[in-house]
Design a protein around this ligand. Structure first.
Ligand code: ADP
Ligand code: ZN
Length: 209
C-alpha cells in the first residue's frame, strides 16, 4: 500500500510515518529528511537546497521530483511506502501521479496554536533524523534514540515558522481539494498523544487496505 501524509509542518507527519515504518513495514520516504542528509554531506543537492530550507521556502520542484522519482525506483519501496513531506505543490502532485500509484492520502489536521507550540519546542537529531519535543526530553541536548547531539533547526525559529505556515497555506493546502475530488483522501485530527494519533491513522489505513 502506498500512502501520502499531507498536513502542515509540525503536525507530526515524520513521527507518525516513522512509527508506520517500524510497525507496518511501510518504507518512510521523508523529503525533508533526505534533503537534510544532503545538507550534512555538503553535496551539490545539499548546497542548492540549504538556502531554501533555512528560509522556510520550498526547494524547487525539479530537484525534489527527481529525488523522489529515484528513491521510488529502489527495490525496498516495492512492498509499500509512506510519503512524508511530498508532494507539497500541485505540480509535484501531478508529476507524482505519472510515476507512482497512490492508494490513500491521509490529511493530518491540527489547530494553528498547537502547531506553533510543537514547532518552536522541537529539537532535531541531524544524525538519525528523529525529532523530539523539548518537554519529552530528560536531556535537551542529546538524542534519546542514537545519542547524537540535538539541535534546533534553523527553520524552527519563530520568524521562519510563520513563513513556513504561509507557504503551506499557499502552495500545499490546495492539494487537499485536489485529492478530495479524486476521492481517496481521509482527514485525521491529530490532537491526541502520539500513540492515540497513530491508532487513528492505523484505523484509516486498515479500512482502506
Ligand atoms: P516540515 O514538515 O516540518 O516543514 P520537512 O522536514 O518536511 O519539515 O521539510 C523541511 C524543509 O525541506 C521544507 O521547509 C522545504 O524547504 C524542504 N522540503 C521538504 N519537502 C519538500 C518538497 N516536497 N518540496 C519542496 N521543498 C521541500
Ligand atoms: Zn539521533
Amino acid at each position: 500500500m502506498n500512502v501520502i501524509l499531507l498536513g502542515p509542518p509540525g503536525v507530526g507527519k515524520g513521527t507518525l510515518a516513522s512509527i508506520a515504518q517500524e510497525r507496518l513495514g511501510l518504507v518512510q520516504i521523508s523529503t525533508g529528511g533526505m534533503l537534510r542528509r544532503h545538507l550534512r554531506l555538503g553535496d551539490e543537492l545539499g548546497i542548492i537546497a540549504k538556502a531554501y530550507i533555512d528560509d522556510g521556502e520550498l526547494v524547487p520542484d525539479s530537484v525534489i521530483i527527481d529525488m523522489v522519482k529515484e528513491r521510488l525506483r529502489e527495490e525496498d519501496t516495492q512492498g509499500g511506502y509512506i510519503l512524508d513531506g511530498f508532494p507539497r505543490t500541485l505540480y509535484q502532485a501531478e508529476e507524482l501521479a505519472k510515476f507512482a500509484d497512490i492508494d490513500l492520502i491521509i490529511d493530518l489536521e491540527l489547530e494553528h496554536e498547537a502547531i506553533i507550540r510543537r514547532l518552536s519546542g522541537r529539537r532535531a537529531c541531524l544524525s538519525c533524523n528523529g525529532t523530539f519535543h523539548m518537554s519529552m526530553l530528560q536531556d535537551e541536548t542529546t538524542c534519546p534514540t542514537c545519542g547524537h547531539r540535538l539541535e534546533q533547526r534553523k527553520d524552527d525559529l519563530p520568524e521562519t515558522i510563520a513563513h513556513r505556515l504561509e507557504v503551506y497555506e499557499e502552495q500545499t493546502a490546495p492539494l487537499i481539494e485536489l485529492y478530495r475530488k479524486k476521492g481517496n483522501l481521509v482527514v485525521v485530527e491529530v490532537d491526541g498523544t502520539v500513540e492515540e494519533n497513530y491508532q487513528k491513522m492505523l484505523k484509516v489505513i486498515e479500512e482502506n487496505q
